[in-house]
Design a protein around this ligand. Sequence first.
Ligand SMILES: *[C@@H]1O[C@H](CO)[C@@H](O)[C@H](O)[C@H]1NC(C)=O
Ligand SMILES: *[C@@H]1O[C@H](CO)[C@@H](O)[C@H](O)[C@H]1NC(C)=O
Ligand SMILES: *[C@@H]1O[C@H](CO)[C@@H](O)[C@H](O)[C@H]1NC(C)=O
Ligand SMILES: *[C@@H]1O[C@H](CO)[C@@H](O)[C@H](O)[C@H]1NC(C)=O
Ligand SMILES: *[C@@H]1O[C@H](CO)[C@@H](O)[C@H](O)[C@H]1NC(C)=O
Ligand SMILES: *[C@@H]1O[C@H](CO)[C@@H](O)[C@H](O)[C@H]1NC(C)=O
Ligand SMILES: *[C@@H]1O[C@H](CO)[C@@H](O)[C@H](O)[C@H]1NC(C)=O
Ligand SMILES: *[C@@H]1O[C@H](CO)[C@@H](O)[C@H](O)[C@H]1NC(C)=O
Ligand SMILES: *[C@@H]1O[C@H](CO)[C@@H](O)[C@H](O)[C@H]1NC(C)=O
Length: 593
Amino acid sequence: MLRTVPLLWALWAASVAAIWPLPSSYSHGDSVLWIDPSVRILYNGTQVDSFFSRYPIIQALSGLLSQTLAYSSGSENNGTSGIVSTAIQRTYTTLFDQNFVPWNFHPRNSNFQPGKNGSSIYITSIALQQTAADPATIIKPADGAIDESYSLEMTSSGTVTITAATSIGLAYGLTTLTQLFYKHTDGCIYTPLAPVKITDSPTFPHRGLNMDVARAYYAPSDILRMIDALAYNKMNRLHIHATDSQSWPLQIPSLPLLAAKGAYEAGLSYSPATLASIQDYGALRGVEVYIEIDMPGHTSSIAFGYPDLIAAFNVQPNWDSYAAEPPSGTLKLNSSDVTTFLHTLFADLLPRVAPHTSYFHTGGDEVNANAYTLDETVGTNDTAVLQPLMQAFVDRNHASVRAAGLTPIVWEEMLLQWNLTLGSDVIVQTWQSDEAVAQTVAKGHKALVGNYEFWYLDCGQGQWLDFRPGASSAEYWPYADYCSPRHNWRVMYSYDPLNQVPENLTHLVLGGEAHIWSEQTDPISLDRMVWPRACAAGEVLWSGAKDASGQNRSQITASPRLSEMRERLVARGVMAEPIQMPFCTQNGTQCAL
Ligand SMILES: *[C@@H]1O[C@H](CO)[C@@H](O)[C@H](O)[C@H]1NC(C)=O
Ligand SMILES: *[C@@H]1O[C@H](CO)[C@@H](O)[C@H](O)[C@H]1NC(C)=O
Ligand SMILES: *[C@@H]1O[C@H](CO)[C@@H](O)[C@H](O)[C@H]1NC(C)=O
Ligand SMILES: *[C@@H]1O[C@H](CO)[C@@H](O)[C@H](O)[C@H]1NC(C)=O
Ligand SMILES: *[C@@H]1O[C@H](CO)[C@@H](O)[C@H](O)[C@H]1NC(C)=O
Ligand SMILES: *[C@@H]1O[C@H](CO)[C@@H](O)[C@H](O)[C@H]1NC(C)=O
Ligand SMILES: *[C@@H]1O[C@H](CO)[C@@H](O)[C@H](O)[C@H]1NC(C)=O
Ligand SMILES: *[C@@H]1O[C@H](CO)[C@@H](O)[C@H](O)[C@H]1NC(C)=O
Ligand SMILES: *[C@@H]1O[C@H](CO)[C@@H](O)[C@H](O)[C@H]1NC(C)=O
């Protein structure tokens, strides 16, 4: 079936056979199938979607995290049946309500849409077959703990079967299925690609986005929209960088002044119920939401409520001697009050997040030793004095994290700069270099990648600091930021997580995260800052950086697929940027050099 078609049709078909991320194995034909609007989706032979209306609650979610979506623990919607029924519900919405007419992937004014006649074939049911029972941890799996693979078969006669060992695998199969279908201008939904055969599984188990909700505040609906988009890219982790020096938007009932004084403004904080709803929403979509409380640096916002815990708070004007960003400040390093505070914080927060995740991130980046000269509990910047205190600080915190049944994650500096001895369970999130990945795995630790020169989505916006007239302004002109230029999708796509990692240690690279820091990003620009560039990281993590022959993946074939993925994200309400003009997508491969 493949490759027996005339050249023009082949080009046409190639430009629309656009699954993102690319499956491990994928073949398709060129027959048209239509899909019946009342198609039934059967799970293990039973129809489980009947209790959903065709126009479900998804659109109604914005701004509102009410009981309607509180699939709270104890409800019958959690776990396996919740994941599959949510995936089915999403499949209907995506196919019928959030689809798109692919005019911009065909030559202009071409008659690209299939016609209908009496012998047109309609898909009337889709069979989901799960081959094993889900493990109990399906809603908060550790990296690599569950089988994410699936296979999908669609025959020319309209029989569709998705098979997987887990409900997450079935959900991925349904996601892939939706990407085979297009909207006709008459409103009907069709695929031009039958028959289809796909087998698929990810290269890396941890495929995430790190989202900074502290430097800018995001409404819960913004976070849910990111979860939807992540799920649509088969990305499975949302790391919420929940607090930082500039604001503390996380309500901790036993430490009420944290959010009451540390949030930017009353109301700009997440309640325990909201946090649980966000995590639940993610879990049901295969996106595990975990929290970072960055410490001991990046904590100045604690001082708004609990000033005695923070040293070197908001030193001005020379804040840059004490911190990477204003306001300076760090948790005191040898203070029993800080120890007590953290016990209270962990006792409040950890049991609340633990039902929905296996992980907790304790931060540890960019600690400024000089700030401890202003910390009366130590009074020095001598790292020989500070290092054992830092070790004890991290040991205490990680003991709390483990006691709550969670696995600690830290930024690379704790291991590579402070030379701490970390438990063998600790996952190290690297960001500064590929060498850091190599050093981390050489020490036997599991690593997450996300080199800032490739996977920082916020780079290249220019400085957000203001420069005084004269020497300062002259020195920094033309005000590029530290990680400029902006990392376009091609750069992100060219990044290999296994660069510099020896063959016998690659198993320690769990995957990675793209990062959206929020000095110059807020809800208005969020979508276009993240999408579709994060898709590039998503495909590297799912499909691997190299193709089947070991070569770098081709932009020429990725580009039309990513353009189409962008259209699908837009159809789903994510304001993703275009990566090419229609002249290029209409003409296949003419925009290449
Ligand atoms: C899921 O719901 C069942 C009851 O239907 C409950 O026993 C279980 O604890 C819940 N699990 C989670 C993780 O919420
Ligand atoms: C009817 O449509 C199908 C594809 O949708 C096509 O293969 C077939 O040739 C058409 N038959 C007629 C009589 O037009
Ligand atoms: C689906 O079938 C498989 C294999 O028989 C079984 O292990 C699994 O528990 C079933 N799932 C549900 C929700 O019935
Ligand atoms: C410690 O302070 C001294 C004196 O201010 C300074 O010269 C040195 O660079 C500082 N060291 C660190 C690690 O910040
Ligand atoms: C830490 O604090 C204790 C008293 O609380 C003090 O005895 C000890 O010297 C301090 N350590 C350092 C390195 O300053
Ligand atoms: C960690 O080790 C490196 C290399 O031995 C050294 O340069 C650095 O000063 C050490 N850091 C601390 C905090 O002791
Ligand atoms: C493949 O990509 C890497 C970056 O990951 C780059 O260094 C290398 O030059 C590329 N190779 C080719 C043949 O383009
Ligand atoms: C990995 O291979 C290198 C040689 O390339 C060897 O020196 C090293 O001991 C091996 N490490 C492990 C953990 O097997
Ligand atoms: C490019 O677009 C033009 C204008 O629609 C069309 O005539 C031409 O056939 C297209 N070329 C290809 C290779 O698709």
